[in-house]
Structures are given as C-alpha cells and as structure tokens.
Design a protein around this ligand. Structure first.
Ligand SMILES: *Cc1c(COP(=O)(O)O)cnc(C)c1O
Length: 380
C-alpha cells in the first residue's frame, strides 16, 4: 500500500467536511434554496476579498477568470501593461494579445519580484495604458509581487485599472481589495480555497466597471455585466457549478470560524517552517526576494536532477509535489503549503525531501531540516 499526499500548488486537498457537503443531493439553480445559498456565499466572498464591490462567480478554472478580466475591460487596440515574472505572468500577455490589445511586457527574472518603480515609470511614459496585469503570487517561481505598492501607483492614474491574479494569494496572505484600491482581483477554487477545480471569482471596482462600459470585447459566456445583473439577484446567467458553490459555503464557514488574521498567521508560519526547514537541510530556495507564503520553490542541489526529486517524492513516498516549468524544468521542485494544511504537512514534506535526497546519494543529515521546521512550528 502507498498512502497519497497532495502537496502540489493546485489542486490542493479538500477538507472532509467540504467533501461531505458536496455529496448532498443536487438542488435546482432556479429554486429558492439556491437563491439563499448563493446570497450567503456571495456575501462571504466579499468578506474574503475585503471588498464592498461585486465579487462574481464563474463556472471555469482560474484562467477563465483571467480571460474575463481581459475581455471585459479592454477593447482591440487598447494598451495593456503586463508583468511577466513567470509562467502565469506570461499568460497575461498571451491573453491580452488574444483580445487584440497592444501589450507592453515588463519582464522580471524568474525568482525575483517586480520593482514597482518600473511600473510607475511605464505609466508616466504612457498614460494611455488602460490596465496593468500582475500576479500577487507567481506560482511558477514562488515569488510574491508587492501589490500594495502597485495599487498605490495605479490609483494615481484615473483611467488605468490594476488587475491582480490572486489565485495563490487570496486566503493565504493579506489582499486588501478596497483599502489598497485594487480594481480587479481574480481567484480560483482549487488552490487556497480548498475546493476541487471549476470555480473562478472576479471582484470588480467602480473604476473597472466604468472601463467595462466602454469595452468592445466582452465574450458571450464571460460577460461580467450580465453576470452582475443576475448575481445581484442571487442568480447566475447560466447553470452554475452548484456542488462547488455548496462546498464553498462550507469553506467560508471554516475560514470565518478561524478568522482571516489567524488564517494568514497559520499560513505564514507554515511557509516559514518550510523555507527554513529546507535551508537547514542544506538546500537553497529559488526566490531571491519576497517569497510567497503559498508555496516554496526549492533549487535542486548541484548534480541532482530536480525532476528526479519530484518524481521520487511521488513514487517512493506517495507525495505529489510539482517540478519546474520551462527553463526551470529539472532545476527546481515546488511544494505547496496553502489551503487545508497544517504543521505535519510541512514536517512530512521536509522529512520526505531529506529521504529522497539521501536516496539519490546527496549528502544530507537526516532530521536536520525537520528539527528546524519543528522549532518554528512550536514557536507559533
Ligand atoms: C493555477 C494558477 C492559474 C491558472 O489556473 P487554472 O485553474 O489552471 O486555469 C493562474 N494563475 C496562477 C498564479 C495560478 O497559480
């Protein structure tokens, strides 16, 4: 027998109480009981997003939410500024081009965060830029960009919106949508929100709605204006992912019971224990600055194939992690600590990494990383 553990940066484990809630008999989405469920979940999402604005739900993976955040706000020929510090930043550029936008891309070395001053300079040079697209947490590198500062910069430009992919950030660390002035925040169900894949969420500010009024790209399905009309009445334009919304009701209950500050505190402690545990085991991390609290990207030691580490974790020990993408393939492996995770998930990840490295002939003192992780987890 081999017991399986899911430590990939999405999909992430789903709590048993959420799985049970989703196993309840199907309900009809035009019946009163759905209205009640939807209204409750919609208000819970505002709490989670820290906004009084609209948070719209779409039946799609996270990329569907990203696509809606391009097609509803930009018209062909509009200028967009995209920040590309990894695989998902690159996706913003591809999406904007798909919808005919003129894209300026700020490339960031993989493993580093964007210098906000570069965004300030770009906007100053070209005030015609309609939207800035960035990740709060770039999952391919494990780096967090400074959203608070970026929001301050974009706020000074009345005709420019800030769109943040917070798919591995919202529910992990603080994203103050209204207070910081972020116009559009996108997330998905299968990362920090502890649900199966299939729901995307998009929050929209008044400034962004004004831009949407003028946009000429809106797609038929991902039509946020139409969704707003329906969702304000506790309905959706098309058949919603009913079971996932039932699961989300349970997730929101769990998060509220713990409290947002406590969730962020737990996530930060797990992240620190994972990072320091890996370092104490003699490993170096990919992020040169600003590591994301959602996941840890670890550099494979000289002479050891990162793909072999990731593969042996799964084959020998039943742990699903993730490898590196593109030029980082074979160079790194990634372990998630977001969502339904606790102290022993981190200890397991560090312990198994030590065992895999030793198995591959790399000199590592068993327990060195584990001991460090234990200390940090006990100090909380
Ligand atoms: C997972 C992820 C996405 C894409 O989500 P899908 O659900 O696979 O479409 C986008 N951005 C980030 C930062 C992610 O981690």
């Amino acid at each position: 027998m081999i017991k399986r553990y899911l430590l990939a940066p999405g999909p992430t484990p789903v709590p048993p109480e959420v799985l049970l809630a989703m196993a309840r008999p199907m309900i009809h989405h035009r019946a009163p009981e759905f209205d009640k469920l939807f209204g409750e979940v919609r208000d819970g999402l505002k709490w989670l997003f820290q906004t009084n604005g609209d948070v719209l739900m779409l039946a799609a993976s996270g990329t569907g939410g990203m696509e809606a955040s391009v097609s509803n706000f930009l018209s062909p020929g509009d200028k967009a500024l995209t920040i590309n510090g990894g695989k998902f930043g690159e996706r913003w550029g591809k999406l904007c081009k798909t919808y005919g936008a003129q894209v300026t891309e700020l490339k960031v070395e993989w493993g580093r965060a964007i210098d906000p001053q570069l965004v300030a300079d770009s906007l100053k040079k070209d005030p015609g830029i309609k939207a800035v697209y960035v990740q709060a947490s770039e999952t391919s590198t494990g780096v967090a960009h400074d959203i608070k500062t970026l929001a301050q910069i974009v706020k000074g430009h009345p005709d420019t919106i800030l769109v943040v992919d917070a798919i591995t950030a919202l529910g992990v660390f603080d994203i103050k949508t209204d207070e910081w002035g972020i116009d559009v925040v996108v997330t998905g169900s299968q990362k920090a929100l502890m649900l199966p894949p299939g729901l995307a969420f998009v929050s929209v500010s008044e400034k962004a709605w004004r831009l949407a009024e003028k946009a000429k790209n809106a797609s038929f399905y991902f039509n946020l204006k139409k969704e707003r009309e329906n969702q304000q009445k506790s309905q959706t334009a098309y058949t919603p992912a009913v079971s996932l919304i039932i699961g989300l009701q349970e997730v929101l209950k769990m998060l509220k019971a713990e409290g947002l500050e406590q969730v962020f505190g737990r996530q930060a402690n797990l992240a620190m224990a994972m990072r320091e545990g890996m370092k104490a085991a003699g490993l170096a991390l990919l992020p040169k600055e600003s590591p994301s609290d959602a996941l840890t990207a670890v550099l494979a030691p000289e002479g050891v194939d990162g793909q072999a580490i990731y593969k042996n974790l799964r084959v020998q020990y039943g742990i699903t992690a993730a490898g590196g993408q593109d030029h980082l393939k074979g160079k790194i492996f990634r372990l998630s600590h977001m969502g339904y995770m606790d102290r022993f998930d981190v200890i397991m990840a560090v312990a198994a990494t030590e065992m895999v490295l030793k198995g591959l002939g790399h000199p590592v003192k068993l327990g060195s990383g584990v001991a460090k992780a234990q200390e940090i987890l006990m100090a909380k």
